[in-house]
Design a protein around this ligand. Structure first.
Ligand SMILES: C[S@@+](CC[C@H](N)C(=O)[O-])C[C@H]1O[C@@H](n2cnc3c(N)ncnc32)[C@H](O)[C@@H]1O
Length: 276
């Protein structure tokens, strides 16, 4: 497969189909959002801080649940995603929730964001969370784009699966139940998957089952942000993650998925980086 040429079309078809699944999925509970107080996951809730009055850019916003939760907390939000159905659903939710005056949604590829959003140095906060950068081939360019949207003093909040956890595979189990091996940490070539499973609905089977993703090491993420002119404020590694990354993980009261026994490996990474 010619992933270099086709990855966008392949991934867009995959994500377009997931939108309909996710709008009904147990993994995406929209009740709190519809009740006026959308929730983030435990990790962001603990780390993000007050967003009242901030101009926020949410990159890869999916159907806008988190974007609109930030708007409910008093931010003015711009969400960007390359999936037409995701952006249509986000706009519908914004209307339904009476948030259309403080939430706008843009349908564009991440790498087209500078022209599609068109507001360099306009944001106090760029927000990127959970399953975002693995869909992007060029992490250095991603970091440059993040940096160019930030006002001086503005910050990136980033939370995602830990790069070392992406070495393991949910679908392959070792005899002791631990996840099997998926791809080398330093792999640079695209990873082409064809399994049709969805992380938010165990019963769903996708027709557009193929997707293309990339491994990004900790140093490539951090190095990209530093080279783009951001300073690292803090970095946290977590032994829990908001989705069932591996079958063996167990859900705890905080709503996150944890190792059943000992916290073997970090499962998630979060950081804040600022433009001085
Ligand atoms: C796992 S979801 C992110 C979920 C997000 N944390 C949220 O708020 O629900 C990944 C998102 O990235 C989007 N995406 C993937 N590749 C993209 C690209 N090249 N440009 C823009 N969006 C992309 C998908 O459409 C999808 O909505």
């Amino acid at each position: 497969m010619t992933a270099d040429k086709d990855w966008r079309a392949i991934n867009r078809a995959n994500w377009d189909e997931r939108v309909g699944v996710h709008l009904k999925a147990p993994g995406y509970d929209l009740a709190p959002l519809r009740a006026g107080h959308g929730r983030l996951n435990a990790i962001e809730e603990a780390e993000l801080g007050d967003v009242r009055g901030l101009e926020v850019l949410h990159l890869q916003c999916h159907f806008g649940a988190d974007t609109l939760s930030l708007a409910q907390r008093g931010a003015r939000v711009t969400g960007l995603d390359f999936s037409g159905p995701a952006i249509a659903a986000a706009r519908g939710l914004a209307d339904e929730l009476g948030l259309a005056d403080r939430a706008r949604f843009i349908c564009a590829d991440l790498y087209e964001a500078p022209s599609a959003v068109g507001r360099a140095e306009a944001f106090d906060l760029v927000y990127v969370t959970w399953g975002a950068t693995c869909w992007l081939p060029d992490i250095k360019r991603w970091a440059e784009i993040v940096a160019q949207f930030l006002k001086p003093g503005g910050r990136l909040y980033y939370a995602d699966g830990h790069p070392s956890a992406y070495v393991f595979d949910n679908e392959t189990k070792l005899p002791d139940g631990m996840p099997g091996y998926f791809a080398p940490y330093f792999q640079r070539a695209p990873l082409v998957m064809n399994d049709g499973f969805d992380y938010a609905d165990p019963d769903a089977r996708l027709v557009n089952a193929t997707n293309v993703s990339w491994m990004h090491s900790l140093s490539s993420i951090l190095g990209g942000l530093l080279e783009a002119g951001l300073s690292l404020d803090w970095l946290h590694e977590h032994a829990q993650v908001p989705w069932q990354m591996f079958h063996i993980l167990v859900k705890r009261d905080d709503g996150d998925w944890h190792w059943p026994d000992r916290p073997w490996l970090p499962l998630a990474l979060s950081l804040q980086a600022s433009r001085r």
